[in-house]
Design a protein around this ligand. Sequence first.
Ligand code: C2E
Ligand code: CA
Ligand code: CA
Length: 430
Amino acid sequence: MPTTRKVGAGDYIFRFGDPGDCAYVIDSGEVQIIVSVDGEDRIASRLDAGKLFGEMAIIDRRARMASAIAATDCILTVITIDQLNTRLDLLDPVLRLCLDTITGRLRSAMHTNPLLVPATAESRHDLIDGASSAISAVTRIRLENELRFAINDNQLCLYLQPILDLANSQIVGFESLIRWKHPQRGVIGPDEFIPVAESSGLIGGITDWVLAEACRARAELMAKAPLGGRMLEDAFISVNLSAQDLVSPALAERLMGHLRDHDLPPECVKLEITESLLMSAPELAARSLGQCRDMGFQVAIDDFGTGFASFGYLQQFAVDGLKIDRRFISGLASAAKDRAIVGSMINLASSLDIPVIAEGIEDQQQADVLSELGCGYVQGFLYARPAPWQDLMGVDLLTVQRRRSSDQGAASSQPKAKQKPFARKKAEAL
Ligand code: C2E
Ligand code: CA
Ligand code: CA
C-alpha cells in the first residue's frame, strides 16, 4: 500500500460501509466527514492539515461509519492496519482493553447520533494530550513510512568505530553503528530512527541487516587489512541489540547463518545489550543471551552504570565485557566523583575478571586517567570517529595504532593492571 495518497477536490477518500483498511493524516488540503442522518448526507466535520481521520475502523476492524470527501486537493499520509496492529500488539493489555471499550461505546453512540463524529474526534485529540502529541505521532508515522522504504532501497549504512587496547593501542575490535542516508535530509543518526523502528516492529529486519552487514564487513576488512589481516584476526565486531531482538526466537540461528556465509567463527561477534534493557526483562535476556553464549558469541553490557542496576545481574549473567558510559568519562579529568565512580567500576569488573571498555574518550587527559585506573580498552573520537566500514578498507589501520602508540610513549602513566583479553575460546568454561 502506498505511504501517501493524493486526492482531487470533490473525490471520495472512503465511503460509508467500506472496509476499514487504513487511517489518514492530512498533509495538506481539507477533508469533509459526511454522515447520514435520516437518509440525508450531512457534513459532520471539516478537517485540515495535521488532523487524523478514519482511525476508528482500523482500531476495531469494522466497516466505515462515515464517508470522507476531499473538500480541496489533498495529500494524505496513510497509516495502514498493519502499522496500527504492530503498535496494538506492543500495547499494555489494560490500555488495549480501555481502547477497545472506548471504540465500542463510540460506535454505539454514533448509531444513535451520527453527528457525534466531530465532537469525539476532537476530544480524542485532547485525550492524547493535545496538538504536540498529535504532531509527534504524525512525524513518527511519516518517519516509519520512509524507513520502511529505506530498508529496501539500500539507504541504511553501517559505520564502524575501532575499539583499542589502551596499553598498546592495538585495535581489538569494532562497534557497528547504524546510519540512515536519507535522500533529502542527509545522514540521520540511530537515536532518531531506532526508537521508531522499535515501536513499529521494523527493528527485527534492521537488526538482521546489521548482523549480515557486520559479518560482511568483518570478513572483508580482515581479508584486505595490512599484514594479510594478521593484526585483525582476533578482532571482534560488536552489534547493538534491542529488546525485541531478544524476543526473536531465531536470533542465534540467524546470526549463525550470516557467519556461515562468510566462514567466520561465532567468537568474533559481540552482542551489546544495554544495562536498562537487561534490567527491564532479566529472564528473557538470560534465556536469549545464554543461548547466544552457548553457541560461542560474546555478550557485553552497554551503558554500564546508567540503568539503575543491581549488581546481582553480574552474578546471574556470564558476560564478556562491560562498557562504561560516556557520561562518566566526560568529566573524568576534572571531577573527583567521576574518577571515583569509574575507578570502582573498573575494580569491580577486574575482580570479576570481566574486561572493561570505556566509551567516548575525547582527549588525552581522559585516556591518561583511565590508564592510571587500570582500564583495559577504549573507544572514542580521540582514536577514531565512526566511519562507513568501506572507508576503512582504504586506510592503513596500523596508522591509528602507530599514532596512538607514539602519543602513549609521551604519557607518563602506566596501566595499573592488565585486564583479561577479549579473545574467547569456544570451549572456555563460563
Ligand atoms: P551506544 O551503543 O552507546 O554507541 C556509542 C555512541 O557514542 C555512538 O553514537 C558513537 O558515535 C558515540 N561516540 C563514540 N565515541 C564518542 C566520543 O568520543 N564522543 C562522543 N560525543 N560520542 C562518541 P551513535 O552512533 O549516534 O549511536 C547512538 C546509539 O544508537 C548507540 O549508543 C546505540 O544504543 C544505538 N545504535 C546504534 N546502532 C544501532 C543498531 O544497529 N541497532 C540498535 N538497536 N541500536 C543502535
Ligand atoms: Ca553500544
Ligand atoms: Ca554505550
